[in-house]
Design a protein around this ligand. Structure first.
Ligand SMILES: Nc1ncnc2c1ncn2[C@@H]1O[C@H](COP(=O)(O)OP(=O)(O)O)[C@@H](O)[C@H]1O
Ligand SMILES: NC(=O)OP(=O)(O)O
Length: 319
């Protein structure tokens, strides 16, 4: 599917960072990042320009909750706001990916550098997303545990795609990527960049000054935004499933191979994709393909990334 020497924005889903979503430890993430790096360096070795984005839902939720728990037992400890936790998550996830990719490139004698950029993403203060929290973060809970957390901490909690209950937070749409010129210069220089981690730290522009806001941008939409800005040829969203399905999790489930944006929009309208999980991926793919002629999006699993790129599997979204 992918032409030689393409510019590809690769959005890494949660399973590219933790094999087990219930275990959000540094050790587990380092191990998974090493596996993930292999698929990424396959692409780089294939001559493509790769821009990496990644999620942070489990990590940012864990960081915020850890500070809350610490402050409960010791009120002299400060709470850490969402934007700061978002920046921390970008830092340590980027560090794990950087180490893994650097090593994999070194082992394969690929002469490139890799760096992550703490990326700020501008959002609109009036975005409807601030009124209706939709972005699942942190760990999974049972319904009973979730109800206790709603009562005790005032969290908004929702069921997440049949996998359990999670805290949900505001998720405004990305408007612009503050560090885009630096990101572009790294890509143009032939190096590998990790950016818009966790969708980027959400900031609002008040009279020219940037202020962090408590929200978590969806990394699929932020990946789409940077893909447009960098004039990428492909947006590839890697997640836990090989293909997008209609009638998902029902006896009539049908996996989709190649769909047009018109078909994708029809399936969205019919409610086939779960909000907070598959829906933003399909919406981001549609937005990217619509943004300029010749752009293609692919949604597949990390394990099948190379086959997907060769056009052998995954769900391909074209004009
Ligand atoms: N229609 C659908 N087709 C395929 N997967 C779906 C669909 N609707 C919901 N899902 C779920 O969405 C998940 C991907 O979303 P999520 O786990 O939030 O992504 P990420 O990999 O970015 O963390 C899949 O693993 C699957 O469980
Ligand atoms: N920020 C974000 O979209 O994270 P996840 O992909 O982990 O949900």
């Amino acid at each position: 599917m992918v032409k030689q020497k393409s510019r590809i924005v690769l959005a890494l889903g949660g399973n590219a960072l933790q094999a087990n979503p219930k275990e959000i430890s540094a050790e587990a993430q380092i191990k998974t990042a090493k596996e993930t790096a292999k698929s990424i360096v396959d692409l780089i070795e294939g001559g493509h320009e790769v821009i990496l984005a990644h999620g942070n839902g489990p990590q940012v939720g864990q960081l915020v909750a850890t500070y809350e728990t610490a402050a409960q037992s010791n009120p002299s400890l400060p709470l850490m706001p969402f934007p700061e936790c978002g920046a921390m998550s970008q830092g340590y996830i980027g560090y794990h990916l950087q180490q893994a990719i650097r090593q994999e490139m070194f082992d394969r004698k690929v002469d490139k550098s890799v760096a992550s950029i703490i990326t700020q993403v501008v959002v609109d203060e009036e975005d409807e997303g601030f009124k209706n929290p939709t972005k699942p973060v942190g760990s999974f809970f049972t319904e009973e545990e979730a109800k206790a957390l709603i009562k005790e901490k005032g969290y908004t909690m929702k069921e997440d795609s049949g996998r359990g209950w999670r805290r949900v937070v505001a998720s405004p749409m990305p408007v612009d990527v503050v560090e885009a010129p630096i990101i572009k210069s790294i890509v143009d220089a032939g190096h590998v960049v990790i950016t818009v981690g966790g969708g980027g730290v959400p900031v609002v522009n008040r009279n020219g000054q940037l202020h962090g806001v408590p929200a978590v941008i969806d990394k699929d939409f932020a990946s789409e935004k940077i893909a447009e800005i960098l004039d990428a040829d492909y947006l590839i969203i890697l997640t836990a499933v090989e293909k997008v399905a209609i009638n998902f999790n029902t006896p009539n489930q049908k996996e989709l191979d190649r769909i047009t944006i018109a078909e994708a929009k029809q399936y969205i309208e019919e409610g086939h994709f779960a909000p907070g999980s598959m829906l933003p991926k399909v919406n981001a793919a549609v937005k990217f393909v619509e943004s300029k002629a010749g752009r293609t999006a692919l949604i597949t699993s990390l394990e099948k990334a190379m086959e997907g790129i060769e056009g052998k599997t995954g769900t391909i979204i074209t004009a």
